[in-house]
Ligand binder design. Sequence first.
Ligand SMILES: CC(C)(COP(=O)(O)OP(=O)(O)OC[C@H]1O[C@@H](n2cnc3c(N)ncnc32)[C@H](O)[C@@H]1OP(=O)(O)O)[C@@H](O)C(=O)NCCC(=O)NCCS
Length: 273
Amino acid sequence: MADTEPVAIVELGVNDAPGGFALSTEARWNQNEADWRFFLTNGIVFGVRDGTHLVATAALLPYSAGNAWISMVLVTERWRRRGIATRLVDACLDAARQRGLTTWLDATPAGATVYGPLGFAPTLQLRRLRLEHSTHATSTTLANFDIDTFSARDRRAMGFERNALLAEFGARTGSRVVSCGNAMALVRDGRIARHIGPLFADSAADALMLANAISQSESGPLLIDAIASQEQFIVGLTGAGWNIERPFQRMRFGRATAQSEELPFAVAGPEFG
Ligand SMILES: CC(C)(COP(=O)(O)OP(=O)(O)OC[C@H]1O[C@@H](n2cnc3c(N)ncnc32)[C@H](O)[C@@H]1OP(=O)(O)O)[C@@H](O)C(=O)NCCC(=O)NCCS
């Protein structure tokens, strides 16, 4: 494809997982190939190729009750600022419109510059935090938690169910769903760090106790995407050695259809909501 030619947008299949993984790795994101296979199997993923080489992607992941997540909006460095991300997100919005879906996304600051002009409105904010290794000693013990009860709590927080996603996460090698007291969280593998979330609890103190117990039980680096308004939780995490890496802006296109009954402390990740 010459630099001046208009680009063709194609729908991708599960064989594109390695190409998608190369793009998210170039952006230094944490997704692994299992994440890409989930999007390519359960979602509608659009892409742009240069010859056989995948140079851009965007995914629409339908959930339930008329809601969907847009994510994996990636354009390789050389093909940026030619309107490719805008066209790919437009393709996702068209697919959503045809299916009557309200779309959500968690935008990086660069992404928000693309989505604002398309009509996405900001909702809540997230903060990504990273812990290199735990120095926090705790005597709290973790119990394994049942995925069905965990999914029911997730439904209260999201306002719609996403059981298929959580069941797939829970079934992956290396994943665990753990609790202490009334707090519960899912921990899963990522490319560069293990990821904690979603995390639900009745109070910031309980959420923090669980996050500390998890970090104590893990040996490598960890990531968590906390809801920014859970300030006490974030203050507690930074006090325990976590560093804030970047913000994400949650945005919605279309009318609100979901009624959340509780605010989680951390989400499943900006790519999944
Ligand atoms: C963000 C990203 C997807 C944009 O892709 P792109 O194809 O270059 O985007 P577009 O060409 O469609 O940009 C549309 C508009 O968004 C704005 N924009 C895009 N990238 C921008 C940047 N880095 N800085 C400021 N504005 C930017 C501009 O207004 C641009 O219009 P213009 O080029 O006419 O000025 C790409 O930079 C990327 O892959 N970044 C790393 C991954 C990432 O952050 N993805 C977003 C996840 S939410």
